[in-house]
Ligand binder design. Structure first.
Ligand SMILES: *Cc1c(COP(=O)(O)O)cnc(C)c1O
Length: 391
């Protein structure tokens, strides 16, 4: 038996062999012609993946939290007002982060598992004076997906910059940064982008870059300062060598491979695949009789699912039984319900076979903790869903 398991957590995910090969290739100089070309191409392909033809992409070594910090550090000056729309742990993270950069932060918090009521957002914005709002597209602690297609419009009407935390959505859930007029859409390499952890990725609108240029105080983070990184991105895109901080050479090479695969698949097809597989997975979960943390069916994410444990089942027992059956899923994350649910990631290179294997492993797990489940019921429901929804 091969000693391997299927990693079905909301990042890091399973990666394509070609991406891992690029990661394992001999490291080159950060100014080697081949690397300059890979970096430049990755920046160009980010615009296609983000559907942001006019956007300014940034690739910087770090995690998703650094991408969040880059947005906050560059767009906030001390005393600026910021509105945080929170649907879970990652929304709350923005409150702390923006405060560190001197923002006067107001948080609108949704009940756990629900989206935020847009009337509340509109009312808050009417109070006026906000420079920036943040929204978490998919909050990985609740699997709630916020409807962000109208956020740009809302932001325009109130002259606010919009920052979208797309760490658990970019390249998995539909985002059209350009058409939806979103100012910053940020992510990290290890989620639906499909590259091992280590890169912070974001695309900023021209409006965001102008707001940055109009600052009257210096950015308080040396490393996150766009002033430092903008010439670097411009140089790589113009296929010229440059240096500020050494780029994560192998990760950028791997990113280049992954972005090319994503562009080849096509964004419409990629979003549709995530939607189909998420639907199939949820059909299987429902067949087991499990509930979802995300209460509104239309707002359940396509990149991960948050499933409540059956009554009386101990979290650790079920998770280790699923792991024993060959699939790794994640525990709860939201502090208020942490012990009540588990999370399954289904993004990036995921395919139907992974969904079926995961449902099979969950079935084995459920049975081993004493739940009565009919043989194959989850897998059958997922296959039925697929048959009924594939075009
Ligand atoms: C994972 C995640 C983050 C944090 O990213 P790190 O790479 O862990 O720093 C932020 N927001 C969301 C929605 C995430 O899923």
């Amino acid at each position: 038996m091969k000693d391997r398991s299927l990693l079905m957590i909301p990042g890091p995910i399973e990666f394509e062999p070609a991406v891992l090969q690029a990661l394992g290739a001999p490291t080159t100089s950060h100014v080697a012609p081949g690397f300059i070309d890979a970096f430049g191409r990755a920046l160009e392909n980010m615009r296609q993946v983000w559907l942001a033809p006019e956007g300014q992409p940034f690739i910087v070594a770090g995690s998703g939290t650094l991408a969040m910090e880059m947005a906050g550090a560059n767009l906030i000056e001390p005393g600026d007002r910021a509105l945080v729309l929170s649907t879970g742990v990652f929304g709350d993270r923005f409150e702390d982060l923006l405060s560190r950069h001197g923002a006067d932060v107001t948080v609108l918090r949704a009940p756990i598992g629900q989206t935020l009521d847009f009337n509340r957002v509109e009312d808050a914005l009417k109070g006026g004076g906000y420079k920036l709002l943040t929204v978490t597209h998919v909050d990985t602690s609740t699997a709630v997906r916020m409807p962000i297609c109208s956020i740009g419009d809302l932001a325009r009407r109130h002259s606010v910059l919009s920052v979208v935390d797309g760490v658990c959505s970019v390249a998995g859930e539909e985002i059209q940064q350009g058409d939806w007029d979103l100012d910053v859409v940020l992510t990290a390499s290890q989620k639906a982008i499909g590259v091992p952890p280590g890169l912070a990725l974001l695309v900023a609108s021209q409006r965001a870059m102008e707001a940055f240029s109009a600052r009257s105080t210096p950015v308080r983070s040396y490393f996150a300062d766009w002033e430092k990184w903008l010439p670097i991105m411009a140089a790589y895109e113009g296929r010229k060598p440059s240096y500020f901080g050494t780029p994560a050479v192998n990760l950028v090479a791997a990113l280049d491979v992954s972005l090319r695969q994503i562009v080849d698949e096509g964004m419409t097809a990629r979003f549709a695949r995530h939607e189909l597989l998420a639907g199939a997975f949820r059909a299987g979960v429902r067949a087991f009789g499990l509930d979802f943390v995300t209460t509104e069916p239309d707002h359940r994410a396509n990149t991960l699912t948050a499933c409540r444990y059956p009554e009386g089942v101990a979290a650790a027992d079920l998770l280790s039984a699923i792991k024993h059956a060959g699939v790794i899923v994640a525990g709860g994350l939201h502090p208020e319900i942490k012990t009540e649910y588990f999370r399954v990631g289904h993004m990036g290179a995921v395919r139907m076979a992974d969904i079926l294997a995961t449902l099979g492993a969950i079935e084995i797990g459920l049975r081993s903790v004493g739940c009565a489940v009919a043989a194959g019921i989850g897998v059958a429901a997922a296959l039925e869903w697929q048959a009924g929804n594939e075009d």
